[in-house]
Design a protein. Structure first.
Length: 282
């Protein structure tokens, strides 16, 4: 079955031909107003299947990822892109050498989660253009589908989790650095849920070091310590439901490196059910 290795400990890809699914390359969350309040509450419960996962108490100014792990289920999108500029002739080599060619690698994921341990995802690689990959994970079993054929296997204790950029992991990698005290915000809805959108123009964070897909020894983890971020936090439960992060920096040699990560969640507790594919059993 195809390798599904999205994690890595450093950045060694030197061309656009690197396979993002391989460990070689990038190692690569008054009566009138009373009636309005009731209607808003009913609508919010309807969007979450009548059982809100956001009934938690969070310290003022802080955010939470807890519902992303504990909700019965939800749908999500995640998107990540690494963009390494070409090394010009006047630039010295990086240490270690990353090659002179530009690199653009994009991972685009649409998925769903049924807690505690069921995941489904369609993973696309528009850059550099590899085939789409369907994934289902249930406990320690996972299946992949390419070109209509499913194949399954069992995850070993040392295996990398096959679904990259899970929303709770994205959220947990940045939440400790989020402080909304004194930050302006605007009201917006995410998946029908009332939120406040906060913008951070220069957020000091260990986000990329914390992400499983990169880590502290990776080039983004070492070099990109400040990010621009838009974060949507739910009114109830202060949960990060959506975020867009851009980390832009450079090697010591001046060569540009940019990493973008986004995620969005919706359909909480909407009766999502994830089953094994009928065509294949490991």
């Amino acid at each position: 079955m195809p390798a599904v290795h999205h994690n890595a400990t450093n950045m060694t890809a030197s061309s656009r031909s690197a396979d993002p699914r391989s460990a070689v390359g990038l190692r690569v969350r008054s009566g009138c107003w009373a009636l309005v309040a009731v209607l808003v509450t009913v609508a919010a419960f309807a969007c979450t299947g009548g059982d809100s996962p956001f009934a938690i108490q969070i310290e003022a100014g802080k955010a939470s990822c807890q519902p992303l792990r504990e909700a019965k289920g939800y749908r999500y999108k995640a998107w990540a892109q690494v963009d390494l500029a070409v090394r010009t002739a006047d630039m010295p080599r990086e240490d270690p050498d990353r090659g002179s060619s530009a690199l653009l690698m994009t991972t685009d994921i649409t998925g769903s989660i049924q807690t505690p341990d069921r995941y489904q995802a369609l993973v696309k690689y528009p850059d550099p253009g590899y085939p789409d990959l369907n994934l289902i994970v249930i406990g320690d079993l996972y299946w992949t589908e390419e070109e209509g054929q499913w194949s399954g296997t069992r995850l070993g204790p040392q295996d990398i989790f096959p679904v990259p950029y899970l929303p709770h992991r994205i959220c947990e990698s940045i939440v400790q650095d989020i402080d909304t005290n004194g930050v302006d915000s605007v009201p917006e809805e995410v998946g029908g849920i009332p939120t406040r959108k906060y913008h951070f123009d220069e957020l000091a964070t260990s986000f990329l070091s914390n992400l499983d897909e990169w880590g502290p020894q990776s080039d983004p983890g070492r070099l990109l310590k400040k990010v621009k971020a838009d974060v949507w936090i739910s009114d109830e439960g202060s949960t990060i439901l959506k975020m867009d992060v851009i980390a832009d920096g450079a090697y010591e040699t001046g060569r540009r490196l940019t990493l973008k990560v986004s995620m969005e969640t919706w359909d909480f507790n909407a009766g999502i059910k994830i089953d094994p594919p009928e065509e294949s059993q490991p």
